[in-house]
Design a binder for this molecule. Structure first.
Ligand SMILES: Cc1ncc(COP(=O)(O)O)c(C=O)c1O
Length: 373
């Protein structure tokens, strides 16, 4: 297949796949879906991912930082948006003004949220409690103090506690069940302090699928909405999900070379016989991991090849043997493996990482183009 003339590289984003994945997970879990679109929607584009997820039935948007939340608001996302990782000492005034819900991990953040309440608009918060991931979240020895203060601020109209939440380690079902039990203790303690928020949430994609008892009132789904599997041993298709991102480039040059030709920096690859080399205009500046040098798979014209030698900043080379390849031919790095192209998981394996990182790291230089299934 030929790429459109003038296109060097692009990531196709199938927004219908995102909507359909949300619809599927909503049906499977039977609870509300918070669509997580942090980090530019795991590389897919935060705004388009949010729109597609809401179309698929998500009722709330989750991001990491307030700046990500404000950017979505400014672009017209009206659904509730929730942000949970804050700069030390940051003011929450702008967030409250724009109706951004805040994840709260300690007493200092709670007090600042209360101070940011404006007129008759309380700060809307989700209290995050630490249940074993050892990241942020209110430490168990501070639960009583924070819950009591949250209840007081709620009584005087400065705070609205929308949710209680935590995050799981996905170490094993037993570890996740233990964290869930700690979470339930936190919920009981909060209730004793007078806090009965409508949303209790702990499950991200993995637990939302594998641990039905963790679904509670809603699930926070990130990787699943993009059609990538968080399970080592289950493909997206096994989960009823469709990958939304296809990364591809146009063959930028073709060269016939003799046996023994060194390829790319350091000559980490030398041709074994007369062969054809195709140049692919994607490199580590675009998020293609250099660590996958000599290992990353591509598909050209329905055939699989492997990166030859080192991946450079802007490009890498593929040895296509005697296969007829021309400048302008499409090279797919990854997409939906049910269509015969490599998966993000194969690149993750080639780079000793996870497919979350493969899709999320695709750089700003790669234009995203929306497609509909
Ligand atoms: C607090 C929180 N909730 C939910 C998610 C979504 O996780 P996943 O992409 O595994 O669904 C993340 C992502 O890391 C997260 O940090």
């Amino acid at each position: 297949m030929r790429m459109a003339s003038g296109v060097l590289r692009e990531a196709l984003i199938d927004v219908d796949a995102i909507a359909e994945n949300v619809r599927h997970l909503r049906r499977l879990t039977g609870v509300e879906v918070i669509a997580v679109v942090k980090a530019e929607g795991y590389g897919h584009g935060a705004h388009r991912a949010a729109l597609a997820a809401l179309r698929g039935g998500a009722t709330r948007i989750g991001v990491s930082d307030i700046d990500e939340a404000l950017a979505l608001r400014r672009r017209g996302i009206r659904a509730p948006i929730f942000a949970w990782l804050h700069a030390p000492g940051a003011s929450f005034v702008e967030a409250v003004r724009d109706d951004i819900e805040l994840g709260i991990s300690d007493i200092d953040q709670l007090l600042r949220a209360g101070e940011a309440a404006q007129g008759d608009r309380p700060a809307a918060v989700h209290l995050k409690i630490e249940t074993g991931l050892s990241r942020n979240g209110i430490a168990p020895d501070a639960w009583s103090t924070v819950f009591a203060e949250a209840a007081r601020l709620e009584r005087i109209g400065r705070l609205r506690v929308v949710g209680l939440f935590s995050h799981l380690s996905n170490t094993s079902d037993d570890d996740d069940r233990a964290a869930l039990a700690r979470f339930e203790e936190g919920v009981l303690l909060a209730a004793a302090a007078g806090l009965n928020p409508p949303l209790r949430h702990i499950a991200a994609t993995h637990a939302a699928i594998a641990l039905p008892e963790a679904r509670l009132d809603c699930v926070r789904i990130g990787i699943g909405i993009y059609g990538v599997s968080p399970f080592e041993d289950r493909t997206p298709a096994d989960l009823g999900l469709r990958p939304a991102m296809t990364l591809r480039g146009a063959v930028a040059a073709v060269r016939r070379v003799p046996a023994g030709t060194g390829v790319s920096y350091g000559y980490a690859y030398r041709t074994e016989r007369d062969t054809t080399l195709a140049l692919v205009p994607l490199g580590y500046a675009d998020g293609v991991p250099r660590h996958a040098s000599g290992r990353g798979p591509v598909s050209i014209d329905g055939r699989r090849f492997t990166v030859a030698g080192r991946i450079a900043m802007d490009q890498f080379v593929v040895d296509v043997g005697d296969h007829p390849v021309a400048v302008g031919d499409e090279v797919v790095l990854f997409g939906d493996p049910t269509l015969g192209v490599p998966s993000a998981r194969e690149w993750a394996d080639a780079a000793d990482t996870i497919d979350y990182e493969i899709v999320t790291r695709i750089g700003a230089r790669v234009p995203r183009r929306e497609v509909h299934a």
